[in-house]
Design a protein around this ligand. Sequence first.
Ligand SMILES: [Zn+2]
Length: 452
Amino acid sequence: MKLALRADLLDFTATPSWGLPTLHGVRFRPDHWLLVDTGRIVGAQAAGSWAPGPDWQQHHHRGRLLLPGFIDSHVHCPQLGVIGSWGAGLLDWLETYTFPAELRFADCAAATAGAAAFLDALLAHGTTAAVVFSTVHQQATDALFAAAAQRGMRLVTGKVLMDRHAPDGLRDDVAGAERDCEALIARWHGQGRNSYAVTIRFAVTSTPQQLVMAGALGRRHAGLYMQTHVAENLDEVKWVAALFPEARSYLDVYHRAGLLHERAVLAHGIWLDAHDRALLRDTGAHIAHSPSSNLFLGSGLFDWQAAMDVGHGVSVASDVGGGTSLCQLRTLADAYKVQALRGTRLNAWTALHAATRGAAEALGLAHEIGHLGEGTLADLVLWDWSHGPVAAHRDAVARGAVPGVPAQDLHARVFAWLTLGDERNLAASYVAGVPRHQRETHSELQSGATAR
Ligand SMILES: [Zn+2]
């Protein structure tokens, strides 16, 4: 099964420079064929000097942008139904919206339908891999793993651990939670593209005994991830300090339980200090920055510059339902605005890298996803450079297609695309070379009938 995709290819070969945009690490290959064999990328050729033979199935998208599939490093499967809910900060958001939504996943049919709808929605927004919160329920987590396996998607998830400060029906206990985790790990961890994550909602909702159990679980099985929230909101930080007076900081609660390591993904990390950032770097743990959620819930402004200075990893995440879109283009546009409010300017390369190669590296998955290098799986997303007349005009200005206006550089064009674009720009998503979402019919894809 050989597939050749013709488009403008954009990915990264190294970490781009922070601040003023340079082309360091940026690989842009306009009008190239990307070659895929049996689900893996096997090369790329300039379309001007090479043409695929009859043994290649050809998808013509000249004038479109082909990127590695976006990676969403923190998102909640059961919360699609509460996205865009009014009037709450983190702690009342959980009580008012999140917990009732998660209770509904106790029902197997609801959880199965919810998992399918969630993964299809990710694909329809240009995200092909994700680190996901399930609910406290074992069966809902089974349903999510099974749905990802059906679609061939790279998924990291786990049952939520929560043995206090949560309503009836959403609490587990230490021994029961450990049994459920062991059963899920045995069934799913390392099966196909699924990996298990020890999933702690946050320090408030787990007893110290449960955190210790979670840390031990992580040491017992090779390659387990850990995901949680940290230092999102000031009221939350105060509550954690009251519950764990012996800890130096919120992050230290997790460190003491042995939960920080190179596969640990911590959402938010807004209210951290220099000690915490050094601890993230030294343990290899990383922050899943969730700008639309932080703005929507009024949580605070993540200090990306400080993360770069100390050298800990940063990926970007939608954090839906607190976040307001599954589309990573919208997430990155919000990330730019968060940094603007901090007085810095996030360039498009750093932003896109954090949603692709940077996220893959932080998750230890750069051999599999995050870039268009040979040997990686062909998780690909295909975008129109513009959608609608305003964006089309803006793109024409950048390209130098408006008479009398000189062309702008590549960064200006990509930044405008990222800022104005969303899921309406998405033409198709491929998972391991298989189209899993497409706006057009299969015959149009093959013929290039609508390619411009
Ligand atoms: Zn979250």
